[in-house]
Design a protein around this ligand. Structure first.
Ligand code: MTE
Ligand code: MO
Length: 556
């Protein structure tokens, strides 16, 4: 509408994020986004551009993926940039020194050993063999998966970081980090985080194009998280639902007057919406948070140190056994709602469609990925005496005892052979077979708290199999002498949210120049991985969990 007014850029600049009436430009158009920000959960991402052009952000705001967002923006059109402020191509003139600040300028520096998939936003994974070298991944090697920039939180102000909790009846409670830390019991959980895109590049190679970051096997790491239980905080905030009454929390508010259960919302139909400071959001079903055996944390520490900035400083959710997309970083808001988070990360990106369902599926057809399935990967391959000796020297093949981790519930596995015994075995084996020795390392993990009970390795493409040594046993390993007694073999019913690293020593059959090494794992529910990616192919490349294969060339 050409009758709309024209605005000087100087006036647009005044409508910044703090003005209370934010405007943005796109091309020569001017939009008043005040109502947008108020009406859209997460809409405040757009504030990053307030007073300026939204165009440079368009590529990084994931909202651009939804074409209707543009249409919505059009409804906020209030005018055009004054011709005096347009350049020859009709774009607003950017004065020197006025170039929009890089939203990633405040991102932390990352460890050089990480393999960077994208720099802005940062997506990076540890490279094998560092990937699963330690039971507990060192903070600086933990994979990073950011959808946007890293929010800047001043360390001096971190304890005043505010978490808002909104209940179904509209009640709102606010907690500072300091309050969370001092008023609630601290819990530690050793848990893997794994992106639904882990090993996506395997699926791409095996089947064809997939949309998304082409992760190797490193979009997974394990850490000891420390924080408070989400269910303790919800109880303290006064959450009342049908079949769950808050147990006595510290300074729990008095129970509501009519709590006969009739007008309480039903636990099963509610969701915990978790929102981060940069507007990323996701949700988990409320029963997951309330599960008395569950360990959903609001975490402020990782491996005994404050959360690193990339991993959610100063506060993040950790949902053990679930897809990492639910472990919202830079957590600032929790809403108990009768619907899932409306974010695309809940309703679109992390779903699994059939191999034939294409790139524009009916999004509402399937639920969001929550509990993770089983997977495993080979992270180290050493062929021949010389390379194995070197790997031993570098410490890649020795069990680094998990008892050295800050999680005291974990102990070093009895029965894992030490370095010398292993080398002696090697000598024996090699005289016997006179074939090429091979040493392998890797990890195996299953979601939902299911423990890895076995890892199968094949060095001939899956024709014959052998079992790897599991390095990280919470109790006694299944295969040592002591556990042969029946009482150790019964299902323990205990949950394990960590990965298990494994090691295999074998020999390649000398009859072909190349050998395909394959690994697959089995969990406590006897779930195992599919043999090939064909049957689980999906355009988004989510949950690429087929047998992991590595081809080695013996002649080189
Ligand atoms: N939380 C926020 N606020 N922003 C994000 O981009 N990414 C999610 C999840 N939580 C994300 C987030 C995804 S998809 C993954 S896989 C994990 O964080 C990654 O956690 P990490 O970077 O600590 O490994
Ligand atoms: Mo992810």
């Amino acid at each position: 509408d050409p009758s709309l007014p024209r605005f000087r850029l100087a006036d647009v600049r005044k409508h910044d994020a703090k003005s209370g009436s934010p405007w943005v430009t796109s091309g020569d158009k001017v939009y008043d986004i005040t109502d947008w920000v108020a009406a859209h959960p997460g809409g405040d991402v757009i504030l990053q551009a307030a007073g300026h052009s939204i165009d440079p952000y368009w590529a990084i705001f994931t909202i651009h993926k939804a074409p209707h967002v543009r249409e919505i923006l059009e409804t906020y059109l209030i005018g055009f940039v004054d011709i005096a402020d347009l350049d020859n191509s009709g774009q607003p003139k950017i004065a020197a020194g006025e170039a929009i600040e890089d939203p990633f300028a405040g991102d932390p520096t990352r460890d050089k050993r990480l393999v960077v998939l994208t720099q802005k936003p940062c997506n990076a994974e540890p490279a094998p063999p560092q990937l699963a070298r330690d039971f507990v991944t060192p903070n600086e090697l933990f994979y990073v998966r950011n959808h946007m920039w890293v929010p800047v939180v001043d360390t001096a102000e971190a304890e005043q970081h505010l978490l808002t909790v909104e209940l179904p009846d509209g009640d709102v409670r606010e907690y500072t980090l300091d309050e969370l830390r001092s008023r609630f019991r601290h819990h530690r959980v050793t848990a893997v985080l794994q992106c639904s895109g882990n090993r996506r590049s395997d699926m791409t190679k095996a089947v064809g194009k997939t949309n998304g970051l082409q992760w190797g096997a490193g979009a997974i790491s394990n850490a000891v998280w420390e924080g408070v239980l989400l269910r303790d905080v919800l109880a303290d905030a006064g959450l009342q639902t049908t079949d769950w009454q808050p147990r006595r929390a510290i300074e729990a508010p008095p129970a509501k007057e009519s709590d006969d259960g009739d007008d309480l919302p039903e636990t099963d139909s509610l969701h915990v919406q978790l929102t981060g400071m940069e507007a990323y959001a996701a949700s988990i079903p409320l029963p997951v948070a309330l599960d008395p055996r569950g360990e959903v944390l609001l975490a402020f520490a990782m491996n005994g140190k404050p959360l690193p900035r990339d991993h959610g400083y100063p506060l993040r959710a950790v949902v053990p056994g679930f897809v990492a997309a639910r472990s919202v970083k830079w957590l600032s808001k929790i809403v108990i709602s009768d619907e899932e988070s409306t974010s695309q990360w809940q309703r679109r990106d992390y779903k699994l469609f059939g191999p034939n369902e294409g790139s524009a599926p009916n999004w509402d057809r399937y639920p969001a990925i929550q509990e993770m399935p089983i997977t495993s990967a080979i992270t180290g391959v050493w062929v021949g005496q010389k390379s194995i000796r070197q790997a031993l020297k570098q410490g890649h093949l020795v069990n680094s005892p998990i008892s050295s981790s800050p999680d005291s519930s974990s102990r070093a596995a009895p029965g894992v052979r030490d370095l010398q015994a292993w080398q002696a075995d090697w000598k024996k084996d090699n005289q016997k077979t006179a074939s090429t020795p091979v040493a392998l390392t890797g990890y195996a993990y299953s979601g939902g708290g299911r423990e890895i009970i076995r890892v199968d390795v094949s060095v001939d493409g899956g024709r014959t199999w052998d079992q790897a040594v599991l390095l990280d046993q919470k109790e006694k390993p299944y295969d040592d002498d002591e556990s042969k007694s029946k009482k150790n073999i019964v299902a323990r019913g205990r949950r394990d949210f960590s990965w298990k690293r494994w090691r295999y020593e074998g020999a390649l059959l000398g009859d072909t120049p190349t050998s395909e090494i394959v690994v697959k794992a089995i969990d406590s529910a006897y779930n195992t991985q599919p043999e090939r990616h064909d049957g689980i192919y999906n355009v988004r490349g989510n949950l690429a969990t087929a047998w992991h294969r590595v081809t080695v060339d013996i002649t080189s």
